[in-house]
Design a protein around this ligand. Structure first.
Ligand SMILES: Cc1cc2nc3c(=O)[nH]c(=O)nc-3n(C[C@H](O)[C@H](O)[C@H](O)COP(=O)(O)OP(=O)(O)OC[C@H]3O[C@@H](n4cnc5c(N)ncnc54)[C@H](O)[C@@H]3O)c2cc1C
Length: 463
């Protein structure tokens, strides 16, 4: 596909649609929107546009489609797989100025928002209603970016990913139509599930301009637990045992011994140099919480935990999770001058020990620095590999490819939560087979000129 350039005439026409104060061609602004938080190389768009309404989004798309100009939606750019990088230039469509909370439907446990609001900002507002939006990636990602990536996070093991916490969306299509998908009913059975077609589509099928989200009541009683094990294998067995016990952790995270040391040094949390599980439990009654914590302690002791600590102190619990959330930045800081190659595979929980065993075997064979951290409770693991030179990068990519193949062969996936973006496109054919052709047919129907976030998801598209 040959795209048209964003000429000064196009900029002027965009200015009439969104207002001149809502666009920029300044190099510094383009640079700011040329990269996400991943190791993928940056690429600049030609103009950044900040629409204020869904109608403006639709008008920008209609114009871009008629002129064959690519459009890459942008939440706040915290992706980890190159998802919002404007690979083919064109219009960088930032939803950052559409961040209104339209309505809290407290009695229905729902809220309707614009896409640019950060999930942390949303939860700060919802606290007064005793409600919260559960999916929680570490960064203050936008709701639109989370839905577009189907982001998950530490609470997914209990409350689900973004896809499980959305009921209805308004979506602007490439040709400028503005449609509503889904309904505010929790049960929905009327026709094709277009809502979930757009969730996880990474801005390649349409732009989310409004979303009604499911909320949960903030639980009265919360406790956290740390369990350290002699070996990674023991820790991973404990994950499977805890999931199999009927306990319903609100978070069940795994960090390796290196991460435990990093978090202790950087955040002052009380961790030993062992593979460690971070857990959280929510309960409606203090006795139920105490029983959960006692039961998880017993399971960990049976599996030879070398250290166990539980707390119901809110400040201590928050400190632990703050440290866990900061782990990516802490890892990055550990290796000045290097980048972090980050993997994100996920498998059914019964296959988790085999996957982790395989990764450890690969690490020994390849003798590379490789660190493990992940949302273990839902079978997800992130592999972090620092690199500096092209040769080191190639080695990391090769190791990641082996791990992805193993996860796919275990009935898992190349990406549990970061999305396909740039880095995972090459694995899509093996994972989806002929279903990838169906995905392409859907893309062709909704975006025949391939203007929406081109170069993502589909392998041949990589420029
Ligand atoms: C420290 C750190 C920790 C993280 N932890 C997690 C984690 O635990 N779990 C997890 O899932 N992710 C995690 N992430 C990744 C990231 O936060 C998520 O992928 C998040 O969903 C990105 O949201 P964003 O607002 O930054 O979107 P962006 O990165 O700006 O965009 C994401 C994608 O969505 C598209 N898009 C954005 N807005 C819209 C819209 N309104 N309509 C249509 N398409 C749109 C973009 O084109 C792009 O393809 C982490 C990132 C960091 C930096």
């Amino acid at each position: 596909m040959t795209y048209a350039a964003v000429t000064s005439e196009v900029v002027a026409r965009l200015g009439t649609l969104v207002g001149e104060e809502n666009l920029s061609t300044a190099q510094a602004v383009l640079d700011l929107h040329a990269h996400d938080q991943s190791f993928h190389a940056p690429h600049r768009g030609e103009v950044v546009v900040w629409p204020q309404t869904g109608e403006q989004v639709a008008e920008v798309l209609r114009l871009a489609n008629s002129l064959l100009i690519p459009v890459t939606p942008w939440g706040v750019g915290t992706s980890l797989e190159g998802n919002p990088i404007p690979l083919h230039g064109g219009i960088l469509l930032s939803l950052e100025r559409m961040k209104r909370i339209i309505e809290v439907h407290a009695d229905d446990f729902q809220v309707t928002v614009e896409p640019g609001i950060g999930h942390k900002d949303l939860n700060a507002h919802l606290a007064r209603f005793g409600l919260f939006f559960a999916p929680d990636p570490g960064a203050n990602a936008s709701i639109g970016g989370m839905l577009a990536n189907n982001a998950a996070g530490i609470r997914t093991v209990r409350y689900g990913a973004s896809k499980d916490n959305v009921l209805q969306m308004r979506v602007a299509l490439a040709d400028g139509r503005l449609i509503r998908v889904g309904s505010r009913s929790v049960k929905q059975s009327a026709g094709y599930d277009l809502l979930h077609l757009f969730v996880g589509s990474e801005g390649t099928l349409g732009v989310i301009t409004e979303a009604t989200l499911k909320l949960h009541a903030v639980t009265e009683y919360m406790g956290a637990a740390l369990a350290a094990f002699q070996t990674v294998a023991d820790a991973v067995q404990a994950v499977v045992a805890i999931r199999g016990s009927g306990l319903d952790p609100a978070a069940l995270e795994f960090i390796d011994a290196a991460h435990a040391a990093m978090l202790r040094e950087a955040e002052g949390v009380n961790l030993t140099d062992h593979p460690t599980l971070f857990m959280e439990f929510h309960a409606a009654h203090t006795d139920a919480l105490a029983m959960n914590l006692a039961m998880v302690q017993e399971i960990c002791a049976d599996l030879d935990a070398v250290h166990f600590h539980a707390t119901t102190d809110a400040a201590e619990r928050r400190k632990l999770w703050h440290a866990r959330h900061a782990s990516y930045e802490i890892s990055v800081r550990q290796f000045p001058g290097k980048k972090l190659y980050l993997g994100d595979v996920s498998v059914p929980i019964s296959a988790y020990p085999e996957l982790i065993g395989y990764i450890e075997q690969v690490r020994e064979e390849c003798a590379v620095p490789l660190y493990l951290i992940g949302h273990a409770g839902d079978g997800n693991i992130h592999v972090e590999m620092p690199y500096e030179t092209d040769a080191e990068y190639a080695r990391c990519a090769d190791i990641n490819a082996r791990i992805v193949r193993k996860a796919q062969d275990l009935n898992g996936t190349a990406t549990g939560e970061h999305g396909v973006g740039l880095g995972k496109a090459k694995y899509m054919r093996y994972e989806h087979g002929e279903a990838l052709d169906v995905m392409q047919a859907i893309k062709q129907t909704l975006d025949p000129n391939n203007i929406l976030n081109p170069g993502k998801i589909f392998p041949h598209d990589i420029g």
